[in-house]
Design a protein around this ligand. Sequence first.
Ligand code: FES
Length: 106
Amino acid sequence: MEWIKIFGNKSEADHRIMNDKPQLIIIDGKRICLVRHKDEYAAVQDDCSHNGESLSKGIVNYLGEIICPWHNYCFELKGGKEIKGRSPDLKTFPVKADDTGFFIGI
Ligand code: FES
């Protein structure tokens, strides 16, 4: 796994990523949906495992799950599981911030 720096620090990430507003990030052609929920970050594959819709166009509910805009499948952001088991788990990506930057692990 390689850590890819996407922001200079956590403050910059907090400034650029709004709570519960999914953001599409593209790294080396890989589409990743980055979400900040209650000031914690999670990253999952952007393509819905049901039929490929972009999850970054979806919404985040109060439980911190992301809901696909197409057929409303609902995925946990931490483990990537669809809550009713209707489609495969999403790939998840670790996120970390330290003195040197804000990173996603690819
Ligand atoms: S494409 Fe996401 S729920 Fe169908």
